[in-house]
Ligand binder design. Structure first.
Ligand SMILES: NC(=O)c1ccc[n+]([C@@H]2O[C@H](COP(=O)([O-])OP(=O)(O)OC[C@H]3O[C@@H](n4cnc5c(N)ncnc54)[C@H](O)[C@@H]3O)[C@@H](O)[C@H]2O)c1
Length: 279
């Protein structure tokens, strides 16, 4: 079977793990054809670690249409802006795409519907890995029978909120927090406005479940944890679900959970392997 020709946009924490996995796992059935990053030094750093260098290297979207003819699958792991800049043109050419910056689909009104309509028209697929959370499989299954509530409780060390404007406006002194303190409770739609660092998890849950207005989010600063902890509670016709993920940060980017990169690689495996386990 011919290998899937992949292009990766974003050579940071997630992109590097994906490319190293494609490079080392011949069983993945994927060939790395294209790398794009607005910082050429990031491409260079990554290429040094790869045995099989990609044929095409770019730092922006100029002449993107020509370049896209060389790939079957475009993997976005760069930024929210990159979804519009690279994924939309790829879909318009009938190419499949994977999106890691899933928060864009919550933050830019109409973007999800645009992706949906182009993919339907062109007969291509958009893959959104579970990212830094678990439980998306149960949430999707539960949604078929009907769901009453979805709650996300995210806990991080107080230092993880440094520089957050909402926390500053509320006059919360992060250095004086000695016991866990709730910083925010509200809808996922509001949460992503005030806590943009939480946007991807809130977006994945909203898309898989009952939408960003109905999904409830609580954000907690907890000096007793060193990790980003996500707890998800779902209630529906199926019963109840509770998932807790204690994420280890990626070594290359502490804002990103290592699990997010792994979930992208697992999605690539499921694309190229004929038997799919799990919902
Ligand atoms: N789905 C999830 O659960 C999840 C979890 C963690 C991170 N993410 C998202 O995945 C994306 C990548 O995360 P990361 O930790 O690898 O980030 P990173 O900062 O380590 O790397 C991003 C790379 O993309 C490049 N880049 C950014 N915008 C670009 C553009 N418009 N054109 C070309 N290159 C561009 C940067 O130069 C950088 O090299 C982010 O948007 C992040 O929010 C998603």
């Amino acid at each position: 079977m011919a290998k899937i020709r992949a292009g990766v946009v974003g050579c940071g924490a997630i992109g590097s793990e994906i490319c190293k996995s494609i490079d080392s796992e011949s069983g993945l059935g994927i060939e790395l054809k294209l790398l794009i990053d607005k910082h050429p030094e990031n491409i260079e750093r990554l290429c040094k670690k790869l045995k099989n260098k990609p044929d095409i290297i770019k730092s922006d979207s100029t002449k993107l249409d020509e370049t896209l003819t060389e790939v079957d699958l475009l993997i976005e792991c760069a930024s929210q802006a990159a979804v519009r800049e690279f994924v939309i043109p790829a879909l318009k050419q009938g190419k499949d795409a994977m999106i890691l910056s899933v928060g864009a689909l919550l933050c830019e009104p109409g973007l999800f519907e645009e992706l949906e309509s182009i993919s339907k028209e062109k007969g291509c697929r958009v893959y959104i890995p579970s990212g830094a959370v678990a439980g998306i499989d149960g949430l999707k299954s539960g949604a078929v029978g009907g769901i009453q509530s979805v709650e996300l409780r995210t806990r991080k060390p107080p230092s993880g909120f440094e520089g957050n404007e909402y926390v500053k406006e509320k006059g919360i002194d992060l250095s004086s927090i000695e016991r866990e303190k709730t910083l925010f409770t509200g809808s996922a739609k509001e949460a992503v406005k005030y806590f943009p660092e939480n946007v991807n998890v809130a977006a994945s849950l909203s898309l898989a479940g009952i939408g960003s207005e109905a999904t409830r989010v609580t954000i907690v600063a907890d000096p007793s944890t060193m990790e980003n902890v996500h707890e998800i509670k779902v209630r529906g016709e199926f019963g109840k679900l509770f998932v807790r993920v204690e994420n280890v940060p990626s070594r290359a980017n502490p804002k990103t959970s290592y699990l997010a990169a792994l979930s992208a690689i697992a999605t690539l495996k499921s694309i190229s392997y004929p038997i799919r386990v799990g919902t």
